[in-house]
Design a protein around this ligand. Structure first.
Ligand SMILES: NC(=O)C1=CN([C@@H]2O[C@H](COP(=O)(O)OP(=O)(O)OC[C@H]3O[C@@H](n4cnc5c(N)ncnc54)[C@H](O)[C@@H]3O)[C@@H](O)[C@H]2O)C=CC1
Ligand SMILES: CC/C=C\CC(=O)/C=C/C=C\C=C\C=C\[C@@H](O)[C@@H](O)C/C=C\CCC(=O)O
Length: 259
């Protein structure tokens, strides 16, 4: 996909990986709407980016992915301001294992990503009045490998992988011009990883030791993987892992037993 002039939405874009996705899209000439629950931070980032890129290509909408009406309003606002949506990145996500935080983790990571994906499909499918495009969901390598420090987090990320692959396997969706892919990053340098605590994971000291051993990528490393999936129109239903040691690799899942 040639990104120039395309319309993109990134959830949770006020910092971290989401902000890096916003920047790489703007670098490539897209019109980008990013959302976040933190309004002040989001507006600050929009001002900051407006000094580097054309402010006409940037829109911040304060929006919580757990609010259905909020997310519906987001899609309407973006279509009114920028036109039909071509690129959607469901990035907003949190970690946390202690009660009651873990329930919020499920609400944001699983239900928020399902909500974004369904609204994306409804707005992007050519058989629903859209112009087609691409949806990229942000899971984690912890959605594939066991994460002894964060089982709930890992389970939510596994759900995102299967949500994405299952929609991608729907022939009607592909015919309607929408590709869906999922990124599984290892650790990247964001607040989520820097501020790891006992509320977030079991045994945060051991988790920090593990993270240091594995190594921490820059957010730019993950943004390059994101850019690759946006551009490459041959990819649908792919799982792209990104790690410090091995870079970008597509993860092959064994074929269905009846194939
Ligand atoms: N940093 C890492 O090492 C990795 C992160 N990920 C995933 O990448 C995504 C982004 O993570 P980071 O940038 O590291 O986190 P972060 O904590 O730096 O940024 C997350 C952003 O999402 C926003 N957010 C949180 N709840 C929200 C909600 N309900 N609605 C809208 N926005 C909300 C936050 O305000 C924040 O700006 C998450 O889904 C995370 O699970 C995956 C693998 C590795
Ligand atoms: C505040 C952090 C919240 C969530 C991330 C989390 O659960 C961090 C866990 C720390 C150690 C995890 C070890 C897991 C090992 C394997 O599953 C790895 O292959 C996973 C690699 C990356 C997970 C990165 C992430 O999603 O944050």
């Amino acid at each position: 996909m040639d990104i120039t002039g395309k319309v993109a939405i990134v959830t949770g874009g006020a910092q971290g990986l989401g902000k890096a996705f916003v920047e790489v899209l703007l670098d490539n000439g897209a019109k980008v709407c990013f959302t976040d629950i933190r309004g002040e931070e989001g507006r600050g980032v929009a001002d900051e980016l407006g000094k580097i890129y054309s402010p006409n290509n940037i829109l911040f909408v304060e929006c919580d992915v757990t609010s259905h009406s909020g997310m519906e309003g987001l899609f309407s606002t973006v279509k009114e301001k920028f036109g039909p949506i071509n690129i959607l990145c469901n990035n907003a996500g949190i970690g946390g294992e202690a009660f009651p935080l873990w329930e919020k983790v499920v609400d944001i990571n699983v239900k928020g990503t399902i909500r974004g994906t369904l609204l994306g499909l409804n707005n992007m499918r050519t058989d629903c009045g859209g112009v087609g495009g691409t949806i990229i969901n942000i899971a984690s390598l912890a959605g594939i490998n066991p994460n002894p420090f964060g089982p709930v987090y890992a389970a939510t990320k596994a759900a995102i992988i299967q949500l994405t692959r299952s929609w991608a396997a729907n022939p009607a969706v592909l015919k309607a011009g929408v590709r869906l892919n999922v990124i599984c990053p290892s650790f990247a340098d964001t607040t989520m990883v820097r501020d790891i605590s006992e509320e977030m994971v079991y045994n945060s000291t051991a988790a920090q030791d593990f993270i240091e051993k594995i190594g921490i990528m820059t957010t730019g490393d993950v943004a390059q993987a994101f850019l690759r999936l946006v551009k490459d129109e041959t990819k649908n239903g792919s799982i792209l892992s990104v790690t410090k040691q091995q870079g970008q690799n597509f993860i092959e899942v064994r074929p269905h037993p009846v194939d």
